[in-house]
Structures are given as C-alpha cells and as structure tokens.
Design a binder for this molecule. Structure first.
Ligand SMILES: [Zn+2]
Length: 105
C-alpha cells in the first residue's frame, strides 16, 4: 500500500513534467511570440521632440523656442535645455540627420 502510493505520486510528478514540457512546446509552436522578422521595423520613427529652424538653430517642438546646447555625453548624445519649458532634451547624435527642418511654430 505504501509502495503503491509512492509510485502513484511519482507517476503524477512525471505526468506533470510532461504536461509542462508539452505546453511550453505548444506555446512556442502556437505563434504567441513574434518572429524576428515580424518585430523588425522597416521605417524609422519620426523625430518629434526637436526641429531645425531654417536659420540653423535647433528648437524645441513643444514651444518652438531655440534650445540651449549643454554639451555632449560620451560622444554619443547631445544635451539641450529649453529655458521656456524648463526641460532637458537629449538627442542621440545619430538622429541629427533625420531632424526635420521647419520654419518655426
Ligand atoms: Zn520648450
């Protein structure tokens, strides 16, 4: 009797492990996770926090005022500050070529 109980408990454990393995496989095969190609964006997002004025100054999109340049961080990011909004704006240097040019707000 004692042996039978222990063996049936072992059987339940084995069955439970198999079920969890099967469900893990099913979720991978079921397509719940996007594939690597589905998640890739082909179109780069628009830069909306700043814009280049036609006079060459970089301006805050929120208020349209020119931003103060506060320096570069690690040669990768540029720090700006908007004195009207009292807001810090950081831009990766790599997006400068994609900043839109507008005549002002
Ligand atoms: Zn501002």
């Amino acid at each position: 009797m004692r042996t039978a109980t222990a063996s049936s408990a072992r059987e339940r454990v084995r069955t439970g492990v198999r079920r969890s393995q099967r469900s893990g496989k099913a979720s991978r095969e079921g397509g719940l996770r996007p594939s690597a190609t589905e998640g890739a964006h082909q179109v780069l997002p628009a830069i909306v926090s700043v814009f280049f004025h036609t006079d060459g100054t970089i301006c805050h999109s929120w208020c349209g005022r020119p931003l103060e340049f506060h320096g570069s961080r690690g040669g990768l990011e540029l720090d700006f500050f908007c004195t009207r909004c009292i807001e810090h704006v950081t831009l990766p240097q790599s997006v400068l070529s994609r900043v839109p040019v507008l005549s002002g707000v």
